[in-house]
Every structure is written in C-alpha cells, then in structure tokens.
Design a protein around this ligand. Sequence first.
Ligand code: ZN
Length: 455
Amino acid sequence: MRLTFHGGAKEVTGANYLLELGDTKILVDCGMMQGSNYAERQNFEPFPYDPKTVSAVFVTHAHIDHTGRLPKLVKDGFRGEVFSTPPTREFAEHLLEDSVDILSREAKKHNREPFCRPETLGVLKGLWKGVKYGEEITVGPFKIIFHNAGHILGSSFIEIKAPSTNSGQETKIIFSGDLGNMPSPLIKPVEYIDNADYCLIESTYGGRLHERVDKLRDDLEDIVENTVKAGGTLMIPAFAMERTQALLYHLDSLMGEGRIPRVPVFLDSPLAIRLTGVYQQFGDYFNKETREFLKKDKSLFDFPSLKRTLRTEDSKKISRVPPPKIIIAGSGMSQGGRIIHHEKEYLPDPKSIILFVGYQVKGSLGRRIIDGEKMVKILREDVPVRAKPVTIHGYSAHADQRQLLDWLSPMRQGLKKVFVVQGEEDQSTPLARKIEDELAVSAEIPSLGETVILQ
Ligand code: ZN
C-alpha cells in the first residue's frame, strides 16, 4: 500500500492524502491551502495525480481546509464517490458555496482559469453519500470506517484497512482529521481506538497546552459584564462553525440564569446563520449536557435578545442600536466580512472590547490588533485602536498536545509509525518528539509530495 502526502505536510491547511493498492486509488480529504490570503495560488494548480483515476474520497469534516479543492477535483474529471457523515455533507454544501464564490472572484481578479464551473457543485453533491459513524464501507481492497473526532459537529477520524501483501493479515491506518478540544461545549467527545499499524495525526496545537475548557463560560461572563458596565460594544470576530454556536449557547444559558443582563446580541453573518440552521437538524450529535439543556429550552441557539441580520441593510442598522451590545460576525481573523465594518466603528471607542476566540494567522488584522498595534488600516482608512483586545483560547475546536498524546496512547503497542501532519513545524516538531519520548513510537514529519510504503 502506497501513501502520498499531497497536502497538510508541514502546514496546517490543504489536507490531501492518496492511498494506492493495486489499481485502486482513494483520497482522504481534499482541502484548500490557506495562508495570510484566504485562498493561495496553489489551489488553482493541477493535482499531482489524475483525478479521473481516483475511485473515492473520504472527507473527515466540513472545514474548507479539508474540503475546499473538491470542486476542482470534480472539474478536473473526478467522478467517483465522496463519503462523509450526513452533517459534514450538509455543512460542506454551505461552506463550499461560500468559498467557491470567493475563489471565483479571486480567479477573475488575477486572470486565472476559473476554479470550477457553475454546474460543478451540483455534480459534486450528486456524488456525495452520507455514512454513519461505525458503518463499514468497501471500495476495492479497502475497508473504511468513520469515527467521531469531537472537533466540530459530524467530524470524523477515519480508519482504513487493507490486505497486507505478505500474509493473510490486514494493515490498519488511521487518519485523525482534526481532533476536538475536550470537553466540547456542544458535541460528544472523541472516540478512542486501541490498535492500528499506522496513524496520521494533526498537530495544529502540537506544541501547546490550552487553558481549562470548563472556565470558558465564566470568562465570557466576565467579559460581557465588563462591556456592559463600561457601556461599550463587545465585538467578537468568529468563525461561522462551532465557535459561533458555542458562543450563542453560552450567551443563551448565561442570560437564562440571570448571570448577564439581556443586552442585544447580533449574529451578523449570513453563513453562520445558515450553518446554525444545520446544527438544529442534527440534535443526536450533541453531548449529554446540551441535550439536557434542550429539554428545558427548545431553542439552543435562540434567545429573546438575539437578532440575526441576514440582509446587508439590517447589518448597517446595528450601529443605530445604542450600546451596550454584542456583535458576532465573520470573518474569524478579520480578513474581510462584516466584522471589519463594526471594527471600523468601535475600535476607536475605549469603552468597547474586541474578543478573539480563535487562532489569528500572522499578518491578519486580528493578529495585528492582538499584537498591540495602535493604528490599523480598515477599508483604506486609518483607524485608531482604543478598544481593549481580549483573547479566550479555550473555544478552539482543536486538541492540544496533551489531548493528542492521550488519544494516541491506547494504540501505541501496535503502532509501527506515526506521521505528524497538519501543523506548522514549531507545533509538529515538539509533538513528534513527545510521541517518541513518551509513547516510544517512531514519529515522522512528512514532506509535501513524499510517498511511503505501508506494510
Ligand atoms: Zn477543522
């Protein structure tokens, strides 16, 4: 069995792994590469394999860095099957629509060949099948099972078995996808596997330890209280999935318990509004605590002071509502989206707070504000930063170093090698070292395009 790393090697994004045995080729993930630009040039380049010869793609979860190049794969001739859990398929439909839109504009701007054709997303949808956790699928010599990764709703790590060349035995390989930060505010915790021959493990936060997740709601309470006391605006640049819903859930429960006043909350992101609707269809995937809450409060992501502003006109009216108020809007790193309009308005206000709940890449506006820049450029205007920047790391949906090691630990006896992927080198290197020292398993950080033979 041959495994080639066509993405996610020495970088967080662009996950794309090719497995070959005999004439059968399958892929795990087909993600977009993202850097300080939303879409890097490499996403438009031809695949290093012929998409027509690929039988199937297995998608770990809906995030664009795991799905974003699927439309291009279809445009370039792929007509096999795509498998994921049903929520991943639903979320991906919305997220891909959004990203294809951005990529198409990007292609026009730089005079590139279109990223895909208008009919491509429809074709992709027709090839895409939903499978449950634990169900076994067969494609050629491969047997595939999805397991809950606890990262975002419907997220999976994938177990693949194939016959070994030299005996009647099977070789088992695990693709971690992205693993969740536990306990998740909303979804069930990650599953564990107790034996495997090989494992690819993500390392977004392979070198760091998170703050305690159970403090999250208390931290959020303090920040809202401070904003209300000062009479300012709380801006939260948020990613449309999981973090936004976790924030809404926490605001709903804090207001319900009377721990914070019922100030107006604006969910100012059409994509987040649509994705929140998908969450409501998949209540079975929620953890016990969230399902208990749902018994008392039928609407997990809705409360009296929440306003969803779908239309641009409504978004513009938010500035007329007097503070204190809370605005949740994308994009998560302030690289565009509606949040930048609110930042232009309220960053100069010393009574306001800007709360970061996710990773801010170097060069992004979010990162510059965190790093303490006193003057930033927004929509070609100089904007002074007098609002206070605050960060809560715990809303991250990624496991930290300890959690990654704990997840690997039950399978360490049989592991021949671990491939550390989906991380920048300052995160993957410390994780690889820990895997070798603590678990006594050989660990390697593969390079882009590298092929290994698994037996
Ligand atoms: Zn992810």
